[in-house]
Design a protein around this ligand. Sequence first.
Ligand code: SF4
Length: 365
Amino acid sequence: MAPSHAVYMDDRIADREVGNTGQRLLRPRVRYVSGPRVRYVSETTPNALLGLNEAQERVVQELGATGEQRPVFPDGLAVGLRERLTTGLQSVAANLDDSDNLFISKFLLSQVLGCEARHIHELQREFAWSVPVARGTVAHKAIELSVHWRTVPVANELVDQSIATLTNNGSPIADYLLHLPEAERAQLRSEAANSTQAFLDGFPPLRAKPQWRPAVEVRGRYEFLNSKLVLSGKVDLTLGGPTGDRSGRVFIDLKTGRRSRTHVDDLRFYALIETVRYGTPPRALASYYLDESRLSVETVSQDLLWSAADRVIAGVERHQTLLNGEDVPIYRPGIACRWCPMQSECETGKAWLAATDEDELQILS
Ligand code: SF4
């Protein structure tokens, strides 16, 4: 029998939400059986009872929001953004051939607004899979499976299933996986399993939290100007969702390796697509760095969405100008020169790398 004055921890949790109102987590509810209101719960008890480690707890703290922290954006915002995109890119659409349309992705925008010389080179280069490129695809599929796995997920099993699925579902990586030599396959399994394990260890277990409405590899698309132009993107993970016109969704991109400014711009691009598509923006954007078990979170604002629209217009206009040969590409050297396929023949890139000392390169890498 329970002693009087005992305090029970209830794993129905209160105070903060990741998703909609009523989706509660984090702070344990205390139920007093009888006697005076004395707390016997230590500071560390909640995490232990919830089974969250410190890194997982941090994710909940940084992504959670109370109802009051979920904004309602002004009427007309989505309409205004659609108008700006349509007006700003009317001339680009008009100059496309009748049978032509232009897919605008985060990759196209980050390339053309980075080093233009490299952008033009990449457009002409045939894409080739490699272990560093493939590991993200394999790990993301493994993480997607983990959200719906019915037993305790094990990274190596998830990765094996991910490779099997991607090999058999006709995805663009299928042929590469099918003909992968054993040593490269082992390397790919190892690297993808490390990323998957980092997610399982550092992120709260989503399969136990269906009320957060997790969705993985979420595609967004917005066609305009008679479908001549198409904004297209895919978010790694979303949590929560809007309630009417009240924002509630959080966009999360999973990242291996170093932080980069383009990660912020990519998420803003997704937020723009969501807004012009549904009319309600997401409330927060986050990059989750698997190697660090850390988030970088940005709150969505009107200014952010307008600047994302202007960035799309600037990038697409410049892309078409370069493609039509109306201007010469600008060389913009930076840390990306280190991995640029043109490096051996690019004097600008070689000069920048030679002038940048090793310590600075390490910090930027
Ligand atoms: S090496 Fe650097 S400057 Fe040269 S094309 Fe590549 S990214 Fe641009």
